[in-house]
Ligand binder design. Structure first.
Ligand code: SAM
Length: 329
């Protein structure tokens, strides 16, 4: 079992398999000008398998694949098969925009993929286009249908933005009436690659919940699973649940059980830190398995207490501005 310096169990790694994405969500990255990493600078599949193997020997038993968009990386399913074959890896989860995912869903259960986070910010194809700058709404809905058809636990992640998609909050909630979906609303964070953040922050977890409660007075808090990043609720007669992720308020750090690896191999022990060390460089310099494990242990033994402390400790106190696609959301 792996514990950090604050006594938190660490058993979960989020691995961004690419920084590339086929959407251009405005809250995540600028429409143009993003410099994607060269093939050689991102971790190869062999390097990623080695890292996941080592981490699984240290106590990591859950891997989430994210990006960028995981399904834009060629041969991603072969990589997933390799890590699903590791005995200590009990669960593989995915975060996907769903544009390319549908054809693969039938294989998920055999590959330890029991849960998928599907990003969807609007149920209106025009608003979807405004947010993502791509006409892919119908492909995302195909993936959603497939996930439901194959009984994959699905969480819809929706970033709530004033003037963009607040009209979608209640229709999104309605999706949980007759399906076992978990609809989760996320606070917008400054990770948009532009260096600018909203001036008036309207939609934080409390205002989102109050908005929903006004329309659904039976909204009631339910217990959250251990290490949950969302505060979860039920509505009378609904099959699914509603959640809010206080990603900017950062009120869930006390139970954080995860570390992150960016596509170029930077270890982040908190979303808000600027990276602890680059494990790709270590590997390419010939590090042994023990060297790598020692470096992970050292990093996990010096984690920031929460996202505010991590942000303060960034290099020269620089605020977060990088695009989420380069980190792995
Ligand atoms: N391409 C995949 C997807 O769309 O789910 C995985 C990567 S994406 C960066 C992961 C998640 O980060 C998405 O749910 C996205 O909405 C969220 N995200 C990106 N930028 C964000 C921001 N500035 N604030 C809050 N969430 C953000």
């Amino acid at each position: 079992m792996l514990y950090d310096n604050h006594g938190r169990l660490i058993n979960y790694v989020r691995l961004a398999v690419t920084d590339r994405c086929n959407l251009r969500c405005f809250y995540c990255m600028p429409e143009e000008g993003i410099k994607f990493l060269s093939k050689n600078s991102i971790l190869s599949y062999e390097e990623m398998v080695r890292l996941i193997t080592l981490l699984s020997e240290m106590g990591i038993n859950k891997v989430r694949l994210t990006g960028g968009e995981p399904f834009v990386r060629r041969d991603i399913m072969d990589f997933i098969r390799s890590i699903a074959a590791l005995d200590n890896i009990k669960k593989i989860a995915l975060t996907t925009n769903g544009t390319l995912t549908a054809p693969y869903v039938k294989e998920f259960k055999d590959l330890k993929i029991s849960s998928v986070n599907l990003s969807l910010d609007s149920l209106d194809p025009n608003r979807f286009f405004e947010v993502t700058r791509r006409d892919e709404f119908h492909n995302v809905m195909k993936t959603l249908d497939k996930l439901l058809e194959h009984g994959i636990e699905t969480k819809i992640n929706s970033v709530v933005m004033q003037g963009k998609n607040e009209k979608d909050i209640l229709p999104m909630v309605e999706m949980a009436r007759n399906t076992p979906l978990s609809i989760r609303f996320i606070e917008e964070m400054p990770f948009n690659g532009t260096g600018q953040h909203h001036k008036d922050w309207v939609w934080h977890h409390k205002t989102i919940i109050e908005h929903i409660r006004q329309a659904y007075p039976s909204l009631e808090k339910i217990p959250d699973e251990p290490h949950s990043t969302s505060f979860n609720y039920t509505i009378e007669g609904f099959k699914g649940t509603i959640g809010v992720i206080a990603a900017y308020s950062r009120s869930f750090c006390g139970t954080c059980n995860r570390i992150r690896l960016t596509p170029q191999g930077l270890l982040k022990t908190c979303l808000y830190d600027s990276g602890v060390f680059n494990v790709r460089d270590l590997m390419r310099a010939g590090a042994t398995d023990d060297d790598i494990k020692t470096a992970f242990l050292e990093a996990i033994g010096h984690r920031a207490k929460n996202g505010f402390e991590a942000e303060q400790q960034r290099f020269m106190g620089a605020p977060v501005t990088e695009s989420m696609t380069t980190i792995g959301g």
